[in-house]
Design a protein around this ligand. Structure first.
Ligand SMILES: Cc1cc2nc3c(=O)[nH]c(=O)nc-3n(C[C@H](O)[C@H](O)[C@H](O)COP(=O)(O)OP(=O)(O)OC[C@H]3O[C@@H](n4cnc5c(N)ncnc54)[C@H](O)[C@@H]3O)c2cc1C
Length: 325
């Protein structure tokens, strides 16, 4: 690996940082050092770095906000590319604007994959463009949100809903345009999880709507997030919610599919291992109360799985992405 890092340094100079701790780049603030790390803020640069890694057979991982990923204490033998490509713009509108009335039907918004979702949501809502409003307060980037098909389940709103087209970088370094159907979006799922392709940019098709109403919806989502989610450092929800059929079989109240409900009812709220703790506000979150290690997180994750299985006979599946676990 060292020889490959030297090649990276030759190509990208002091921008390559060796032994960079992932605790500094993930919201859970855990994770050991990776062999090499680079920040990129231009799309062409992102393409160049990934192609170089492919060519030299250097294992790589692109991260955005690091808000749904946990690296092990041993880190990662390879290159972590932090995506800060943050350009976005309203590209075009379809419909008619006359002196009498504005009759815009659709607006097309282009965003590079490192754009922070929260900023994009604020901008589109403020400009009266509907479609992303329920993602106000969602941490992370467009790339991470499309990869995860991040959501606001209370309103059945998914980031993939308004995606029109996207540009990807394939595992062989080719650039390809795809449309929404390519992603096979489902709850917490996009095809990128299978293909390992990198999202370079996304085009969303938004609908002009009353700005005041959009802000009301956005505020509803933000308030829900801030009141139901814990404040401490975390990687978001640890587990996916269960299927409706499982919820019916185990007779959860109001057929709730909430993994947090099952963890809570397994008596685990507030359970602590090392400095990692199952949040009191929301049992599907593990928070880092100080100097938690990835190992502490891992042990709690195993405990949550076991207790829920023992209590309900349901196998929880991880939502959070793990590296080296
Ligand atoms: C406090 C808190 C609240 C949260 N609330 C919600 C919520 O309400 N709803 C919800 O759905 N999620 C929520 N999350 C989870 C998380 O914020 C989302 O999944 C988010 O969309 C992840 O984006 P990210 O940029 O941080 O991704 P990262 O954590 O950086 O990466 C996640 C995965 O995406 C991959 N990835 C990142 N960028 C790209 C790219 N450009 N191309 C291909 N793959 C890429 C990474 O390799 C990794 O596998 C929350 C998290 C926290 C910490």
């Amino acid at each position: 690996m060292q020889a490959k890092i030297e090649e990276l340094k030759k190509m990208f100079g002091p921008r390559i940082r060796e032994n960079e701790p992932m605790s500094a780049h993930t919201t859970a603030k855990v994770g050991g050092s990776v062999s090499a790390y680079i920040d990129v803020d231009k799309k062409d640069d992102l393409i160049r770095v990934v192609r170089f890694a492919i060519d030299k057979e250097i294992p790589y991982r692109v991260i955005g906000g690091g808000s749904n990923i946990l690296f092990s204490d041993e880190g990662f033998e390879g290159l972590v590319i932090k995506n800060n490509c943050r350009h976005f713009e309203v590209m075009s509108m379809s419909g008619r604007i006359t002196s009498q009335q504005m009759n815009i039907k659709k607006a097309v918004v282009y965003a590079e994959s490192g754009v922070m979702m929260n900023l994009l949501v604020r901008h589109t809502v403020e400009n009266g463009l509907g479609g992303l409003e329920y993602h106000l307060g969602l941490p992370g980037t467009v790339g991470g949100a499309i990869y995860m098909n991040s959501n606001f389940p209370k309103r059945d709103a998914y980031v993939g809903d308004t995606l029109q087209t996207a540009t990807l970088l394939t595992k062989t370094g080719e650039i390809k345009q795809v449309d929404k159907s390519y992603f096979k979006f489902a709850y917490d799922y996009s095809e990128l999880q299978k293909t390992g392709e990198i999202l370079l940019s996304a085009v969303f098709s938004l609908t002009p709507q009353d700005k005041k109403e959009l802000w009301e919806k956005a505020t509803e989502a933000l308030t829900h997030r801030t009141t139901s989610q814990p404040k401490g450092p975390s990687a978001g929800c640890v587990f996916r919610n269960i299927s409706l059929s499982d919820a019916i079989i185990i007779k959860t109240p109001h057929k709730t599919t909430s993994a947090g409900y099952l963890i809570d009812k397994s008596g685990l709220k507030g359970k602590k291992i090392g400095d990692a703790m199952i949040a009191n506000e929301h049992a599907n979150f593990i928070i880092n109360t100080g100097n938690a290690t990835a190992k502490d997180f891992k042990k709690l994750i195993s405990l949550m799985k076991k207790e829920v299985y023992d209590t309900f006979g349901v196998k929880l599946e991880l939502e959070v992405q793990t590296v080296g676990f």
